[in-house]
Design a binder for this molecule. Structure first.
Ligand code: ADP
Ligand code: MG
Length: 261
C-alpha cells in the first residue's frame, strides 16, 4: 500500500489556508534553516514574515489596480527643481497621509503641464501603499459615468460605492462647461464626500471662473464651500514641464547634428 508523502497533504493545506508564500518557500527556507541550525519557532517566524510582507504587497497592488490610475507616477520621478512654485514641504507632509484621517482635501491649481496630475497620482499611489481605498477619475469621465448610471437607474449604487473610498482624485476640472445635470451630479459627489472621503482636485481654473464651468453661481458657491472647508492648496505656476522638456531635448539635438563639410 502506498503512503502519501506528508508534503502533498501539507501543500494541500497551505493552499486551502491561502498561504502562497509559505507554500513557495517552506522547502528552500527549511534547507537554509537546517544549515544554520535555526530552531523551529525561528523557522516558522521567518516563513510567517515572508507571507505577511507578500500579502501586504499583493493588497497594495490590488488597491492600485482598483484605483484605476491612467498612468502610474511616483514622487521619486518628480523633479521639484523644475517647478519651484510648488510647495515641496507641503507635498512631502501630505505623503504621510494624515490629511485623509482628517478628511481634508487637496487642491492643485496651475497651468497645463506643471505636474498636477503627476502629483495627484503620486499622492494616490502612496495612499494605496498605506492601505487606503483610492479612486482616480477625470472630472469629465466621472460626470459622464454618473450620467450613464442615472440613465440605467443605478446612480445611487454608484454614489454608495464612491462613498466607501478614503480618497478620490478628480483630475482636470477644465474649461469645458458641464450640462446642468452634470454639474449637479458633480456637486452631489463633492457633497457626499464632505467629511467622509478626502478629495484631490486638479484644475487650471482660478476660482473666479468656476461659475462659468459649473453654470450656476449658487451651486459653485456651495461646491467651493465644501471643497475648501478643510483644504491644502498647492499652486503650480511655472512653465509646462512638457514644453521645457521638449525644448531641452531640441537644444541637445542641435549640436549633435553632423557638421557641414
Ligand atoms: P498637468 O496635470 O499639470 O497638466 P502633468 O502632471 O500631466 O501636468 O505633467 C505632464 C508630464 O510632465 C507628465 O508626464 C509628468 O510626469 C511630467 N512632469 C511634469 N512636471 C514634472 C516634474 N516637475 N518632474 C518630472 N516630471 C514632470
Ligand atoms: Mg493633468
Amino acid at each position: 500500500m502506498s503512503v502519501q508523502p506528508p508534503t502533498i497533504l501539507l501543500e494541500h493545506h497551505l493552499k486551502a489556508l491561502k498561504l502562497p508564500t509559505v507554500l513557495r518557500d517552506y522547502k528552500s527556507l527549511a534547507q537554509i534553516c537546517s544549515q544554520e541550525r535555526t530552531d523551529y519557532p525561528t523557522y516558522l517566524l521567518r516563513l510567517a514574515e515572508r507571507e505577511l510582507i507578500d500579502r501586504e504587497q499583493r493588497s497594495t497592488e490590488r488597491r492600485i489596480k482598483a484605483a484605476k490610475f491612467p498612468v502610474l507616477k511616483t514622487l521619486e520621478t518628480f523633479d521639484f527643481s523644475a517647478q519651484p512654485s510648488i510647495n515641496e514641504p507641503l507635498i512631502r507632509e501630505l505623503m504621510a497621509g494624515e490629511y485623509m484621517d482628517r478628511r481634508e482635501n487637496v487642491l492643485l491649481i496651475g497651468n497645463s503641464g506643471t505636474g498636477k496630475s503627476h502629483l495627484a497620482t503620486a499622492l494616490g499611489m502612496t495612499a494605496c501603499t498605506q492601505g487606503r481605498r483610492v479612486r482616480f477619475f477625470t472630472v469629465m469621465g466621472l460626470v459622464t459615468h454618473l450620467l450613464e448610471r442615472r440613465e440605467e437607474r443605478s446612480l445611487e449604487r454608484m454614489l454608495k460605492q464612491l462613498e466607501r473610498h478614503d480618497l478620490m482624485i478628480l483630475d482636470e476640472l477644465g474649461y469645458v462647461p458641464f450640462s446642468k445635470a452634470g454639474a449637479e451630479l458633480l456637486f452631489e459627489v463633492v457633497s457626499r464626500a464632505y467629511e467622509r472621503t478626502s478629495l484631490i482636485v486638479t484644475t487650471n481654473l482660478p476660482f473666479e471662473t468656476w461659475t462659468e464651468v459649473l453654470g450656476s453661481q449658487r451651486l459653485t458657491g456651495a461646491l467651493l464651500d465644501r471643497l475648501t472647508h478643510r483644504v491644502h492648496i498647492i499652486e503650480a505656476n511655472g512653465e509646462s514641464y512638457r514644453l521645457k522638456d521638449s525644448k531641452r531635448r531640441l537644444g541637445r539635438a542641435r549640436p549633435a547634428k553632423a557638421p557641414k563639410a
